[in-house]
Design a protein around this ligand. Structure first.
Ligand SMILES: Nc1nc2c(ncn2[C@@H]2O[C@H](COP(=O)(O)OP(=O)(O)OP(=O)(O)O)[C@@H](O)[C@H]2O)c(=O)[nH]1
Length: 293
């Protein structure tokens, strides 16, 4: 039933403008930091970023790693490293993992920094652009790195009016521009994965459909975590459809309608909320091995 749910569509209003801004800004920066959601590394990707930023070194920041499966995140890190792309796990809300960012970026830009030093440009800050799909944690990262001292540095001459630099920790500067690029819905699965994590506004989708398909996914991938959170027997997870699971969740939580039927809408909202908050466990919905297949 969830498989036949509503089509997920997106009407990106400012994509062309963002693309143009990014192209124009690239000559001004040393490196690109691309954020991905560690739980859905594939679906939180905008495939255009690679092409748009090809001329600059790029680092992948696997954000929200506090709510992702640590083993899977480590495999993603190795996957990117194997492709010559440095990757770091981080939790931009608490700041965990971010201490390694500056040294990693300096390593990545070593050649460029040496060239600058040879031209007498020593001590110049490392200039960055941060990009990622909506809700992936860009503002959280910037706020973490800029801390209380978040200040606009200056409007550099020759730079399009309105474009600003923000001073970050450790001699880094960030080009403050809307680096939001929408994800690409290669298929309905990508859309659903974005929806489970809250990257798509809830009004667009049927919450019960979404919860049913998430329950099936969790029953297949993280049965122990699911059973323990909603007091489900392991036998109850087998061969059950998503709606039956949702009814069980509602009943175990005492979410009943006046006539005694399961309040599946309430259960759906609760399930999605608890998944997004990491309350069911540290869960990743995509693995690098699936991409290789
Ligand atoms: N659990 C967890 N939540 C995070 C993390 N980073 C950000 N968030 C949460 O994710 C949500 C979106 O974070 P933002 O920093 O606003 O994301 P953004 O990419 O700037 O979003 P847009 O403004 O839509 O482009 C917020 O509720 C954050 O608190 C993280 O590392 N872990």
């Amino acid at each position: 039933m969830a498989e036949q749910g509503k089509q997920i569509q997106w009407f990106p209003g400012h994509m062309a403008k963002t693309r143009r801004l990014m192209r124009e800004s690239l000559p001004l920066i040393d490196a690109v930091v691309e954020l991905r959601d560690a739980r859905i590394v594939r679906s939180s990707r905008n495939p255009e970023i690679e092409g748009l930023t090809r001329s600059k070194p790029r680092l992948i920041l696997l954000n929200k790693s506090d709510v992702a499966d640590p083993q899977v995140t480590a495999r993603w890190r190795d996957f990117f490293t194997g492709k010559g792309l440095p990757a770091l796990e981080a939790d931009c809300r608490s700041g965990k993992g971010l201490r390694q960012l500056e040294p990693k970026l300096r390593e990545l830009c070593a050649e460029r920094l040496e060239r600058n030093a040879a031209r007498g440009m020593t001590g110049r800050p490392l200039r960055l652009m941060i990009v990622g799909i909506p809700n992936v944690g860009k503002s959280s990262l910037i706020n973490r790195l800029a801390g209380q001292r978040r200040t606009k540095v200056e409007d550099r001459p020759g730079v399009t009016r309105g474009r600003q630099w923000v001073k970050l920790e450790g001699g880094m500067e960030l080009l403050d521009m809307p680096g939001v690029l929408w994800p690409k819905f290669e298929d309905q699965k990508v859309g659903r994965h974005l929806a489970y994590t809250g990257a798509i506004r809830d009004e667009i989708l049927d919450q019960e459909d979404l919860a049913c398909s998430l329950l099936l996914l969790l029953a297949a991938r993280y049965p122990a975590a699911l059973s323990s959170r909603y007091r489900l027997e392991s036998a109850e997870l087998e061969g059950t459809d998503g709606y039956a699971l949702l009814c069980l969740v509602a009943k175990r939580r005492g979410m009943l309608l006046p006539g005694g039927d399961a309040d599946t809408l309430r259960a759906a909202i609760t399930l999605l909320d608890e998944f997004r908050g990491g309350k069911i466990g540290r869960i990743s919905l995509e693995t690098p091995e699936e991409i290789r297949r």
